[in-house]
Design a protein around this ligand. Structure first.
Ligand code: NAD
Length: 350
């Protein structure tokens, strides 16, 4: 499989996947298909601009005609599908956009792949990158496995669950060679500052309140984004058709504990007195339908495909902070304009 269409390659995780594939496979051609929504940014990939194995195509996966033509012209051997609306808070205020991109967009890609690869499904692959949020919420114990029943609660997770079901249905019904992975929360460089970690870094840097939902009791498992990309690489190349893998860091953190750790790292990096950043923590009204705890069991991936996360959390978080402090221009670029309007609306009371 030499020509790979990566959707959403200008986003946070997609840009890391594009970079790893270009770096690891000198004989692959990578096409990055991205609409460049507020979350997509070609500044994430400036280092690849002149790479002969990399090409960017601007396009919208909700446009079925465009997607069909793209497959006819480019004839990709495989798809790694990451394009999505990805922010839970935005899904609460605008669920239809999530249905359009995450559900309709995925089905458009499946239809184009089915038509274009007909008669030769074995030599093509459709990889859907999904989330652990499809499994719903856990109590104090237990972990999500690949056989946990889907129980999504937010419009975002409902749209991702739906797209997972469509991907599986195209395998079971038409024999399309598909794989799915469901990953926990990612962190690292190039993460849009609407999400917890980059938002907190940006606000601490600018001495602004750091909003924490509810009492900060919600628990998430965190994985270094480059480890997610390496898991995708392994699954893409080694998984059986129709298979599913959970990806996670075995690294559960209560939001408030994570924010305190981040505050300590920021105080140190910015040369501020210990406790300065923590004074910025501000509790805000909890997110509607906020899942309490996610924890993911990735032992199938570890045992069958011999994958392990490479980075310990505190080290990864410190590296992430360094990246944001060294990349002012990137941060200014993504936090000007529309971001300010979104931020005011989201945190109007605080
Ligand atoms: P992101 O929001 O940073 O990037 C999404 C990308 O998709 C952007 O570049 C955007 O421009 C593009 N896009 C959006 N709508 C499009 C459309 N209609 N047509 C073409 N491109 C479009 O998201 P991310 O955090 O990088 O997540 C990537 C994928 O991984 C998503 O499918 C998400 O559900 C999944 N995922 C994310 C996490 C996480 O922690 N961020 C965890 C598990 C799974």
């Amino acid at each position: 499989m030499k020509k790979i269409l990566i959707t959403g390659g200008a986003g946070f995780i997609g840009s890391h996947v594009v970079r790893q594939f270009i770096k690891n496979y000198a004989d692959y051609q990578i096409i990055n298909l991205d609409k460049l929504t507020y979350a997509g940014n070609l500044l994430n990939l400036t280092d690849l601009e002149n790479d002969p194995n990399y090409r960017f195509i601007k396009g919208d996966i909700t446009d079925a005609v465009f997607i069909r033509e793209l497959f006819q012209v480019e004839k990709p051997d495989a798809v790694i599908h990451l394009a999505a609306e990805s922010h839970v808070d935005r899904s609460i205020s605008n669920p239809m956009e999530f249905v359009m991109t995450n559900v309709i967009g995925t089905v458009n890609l499946l239809n184009a792949a089915k038509e274009s690869w007909k008669g030769d499904y074995d030599n093509h692959r459709f990889y859907h990158v999904s989330t652990d949020e499809v499994y719903g919420s856990l109590g104090e114990t237990g972990m999500f496995t690949e056989t946990t029943a889907y129980d999504p609660h937010s419009p975002y997770s409902a749209s991702k669950a739906s797209s997972d079901h469509f991907v599986r249905a195209y395998h079971d019904t038409y024999g399309l060679n598909v794989v799915i992975s469901n990953c926990s929360n990612n962190y690292g460089s190039h993460h849009f500052p609407e999400k917890l970690i980059p938002l907190a870094i940006n606000n601490i840097k600018n001495n602004k309140p750091v909003p924490v939902y509810g009492k900060g009791e919600n628990i998430r498992d965190w994985l270094w984004v480059e480890d997610h990309a390496s898991a995708i690489d392994r699954i893409f190349h080694q998984a059986k058709a129709g298979d599913t893998y959970n990806i996670g860091g075995h690294n559960e953190w209560k939001n408030i504990d994570l924010i305190h750790l981040l505050c300590r790292i920021m105080d140190e990096k910015l040369g501020r007195e210990t406790g300065t950043s923590a004074n910025l923590i501000t509790y805000v009204t909890d997110r509607a339908g906020h899942d309490l705890r996610y924890a993911i069991d990735s032992s199938k991936l570890q045992n069958e495909l011999n994958w392990t996360p490479s980075l310990q959390f505190e080290e990864g978080l410190a590296k992430t902070v360094d990246w944001y402090l060294e990349n002012d221009e990137w941060l200014e670029n993504v936090t000007s304009g529309n971001y300010q309007d979104y931020y005011k609306l989201q945190y109007a009371d605080h």
